[in-house]
Design a protein around this ligand. Sequence first.
Ligand SMILES: N[C@@H](CCC(=O)N[C@@H](CS)C(=O)NCC(=O)O)C(=O)O
Length: 216
Amino acid sequence: MLKLYGYWRSSAAYRVRIALNLKGLAYRQVPVHLLKDGGQQHGAEYRALNPQELVPLLVDEVNGGARISQSLAILEYLDEVFPVPTLLPADPVERAQVRSLALHIACEIHPLNNLRVLQYLTGELGIGDEAKSAWYRHWVAQGLAALEQGLETLGDKLSLTNRPGYLEACLVPQVYNARRFACDLAAYPRILEMVARCETLPAFQQAAPEVQPDAR
Ligand SMILES: N[C@@H](CCC(=O)N[C@@H](CS)C(=O)NCC(=O)O)C(=O)O
């Protein structure tokens, strides 16, 4: 059995839920509340499982209870252990291009707007809510603009919208977050089209934050 430690609103956990659903894999969710008790990700119990103090964490009980943190490491693990349907294209150039765009989300946009970063801005640095939102929107706008251009450059070579995988698993949660913080997305029609198509698919619908068991 696969066990996923996550939080309904965590976009990194959302990526993994999408990947698990795309592969049709059964999994059990273990909620880690990122705000309650000062953040359960910092509690001794969870820290013992994942010293990074972040969700998601995948535990593969069939594979010796292997614990894997970092959503993209989890996606790659799932693709290696359960290769069909694959999350990445077969062609090495396309694989690298898909990874590049996904990493742009996971390494460039998301970390700057993660909960602990926002908490540090408003806590230790005393930044107000308005400035925090400006910070958030700045990095989303810069990141999505580059992504939109990347999608335009690749054009039809990225035939992924018919069979979404690695990139879409990162893109849909990032856009969900951007909408939550009222970012203006009008300048990114390719991104919006990709997301809209994904949102018609059960694998994405069933991974949506609002339908998770721990959603309040
Ligand atoms: N690079 C990590 C990011 C994980 C991450 O930042 N998770 C967030 C939720 S989306 C988290 O656990 N935040 C807790 C915190 O900031 O204290 C991944 O892809 O798994």
